[in-house]
Design a protein around this ligand. Structure first.
Ligand code: ZN
Length: 226
């Protein structure tokens, strides 16, 4: 199970644990701005669901990347640095190049396939979402199908990728999360590296708007800083 500590992967976990005997949560450290918050969230959430966590460090991905989600990466197009460390959100433009981390999901899923093989797991679970797949094609069902085709050939054991959230948008994922009583207070869905989720980056804004009017709205806390 790929676990970042954010909403999508946590809800994917909560759905999957009804159906599968989950073994390990994989957390990837690529020196992202959100590392501290994500790592802490993933560790605590895994504990709630009784999973052990493997922390996989990918320093080379951070070193080579120009993504603004990574320390040392480039700036998000047209926006100055903000107090969270991440250089502000990318104002809804369709230019994703500044927040793109090179082949991130491809790297994560292929590393996960090795872990799955070692640990005799047949399914790799991930928290993709439908909305994200519009801008990030490596979050789509089509991508999962393509990775599964590659794993059929590239791995001698029977391992496939599944995402219980791939057809859901953020609002529906929140709804599922409420139904399954996920630990809302532990989530980290922010691109930034502050003490609290910034409430201003693209990821925070998406979560905030999906939470409006729900019972989880008051539980998830964001920084009050302007
Ligand atoms: Zn944020």
């Amino acid at each position: 199970m790929l676990l970042s500590g954010g909403l999508d992967s946590t809800v994917a976990l909560a759905i999957a644990e009804k159906e599968y005997r989950l073994k390990t949560a994989l957390f990837f450290d690529y020196n992202q701005y959100a590392l501290k918050g994500e790592k802490e969230a993933a560790g605590k959430i895994a504990e709630v669901y009784g999973l052990s966590v493997e922390y996989v460090e990918l320093p080379w991905l951070a070193e080579g990347s120009s993504s603004s989600l990574i320390r040392g990466g480039g700036a998000i197009s047209g926006n100055p640095a903000d107090s969270t460390g991440v250089k502000d959100r990318y104002e809804g433009t369709e230019d994703i190049s500044s927040v793109w981390v090179e082949n991130r999901n491809g790297i994560f899923l292929n590393i996960a396939a090795a872990f799955a093989s070692w640990q005799e797991c047949s399914v790799i679970l991930t928290g993709f979402n439908r909305e994200e797949s519009i801008l990030f094609p490596d979050n789509s069902r089509e991508y999962i199908d393509a990775v599964n085709k590659a794993l059929d050939i590239g791995e001698i054991k029977n391992i496939r990728v599944e995402s219980p959230t791939v057809d859901l948008d953020k609002k529906k994922i929140v709804k599922e999360g409420i139904k399954l009583s996920i630990p809302w207070e532990l989530l980290w869905s922010c691109y930034g590296g502050g003490r609290l989720m910034c409430g201003k980056c693209e990821s925070c804004l998406k979560l905030k708007s999906a939470l409006v009017g729900t019972s989880a709205e008051k539980i998830v806390s964001f920084s009050k800083e302007k």
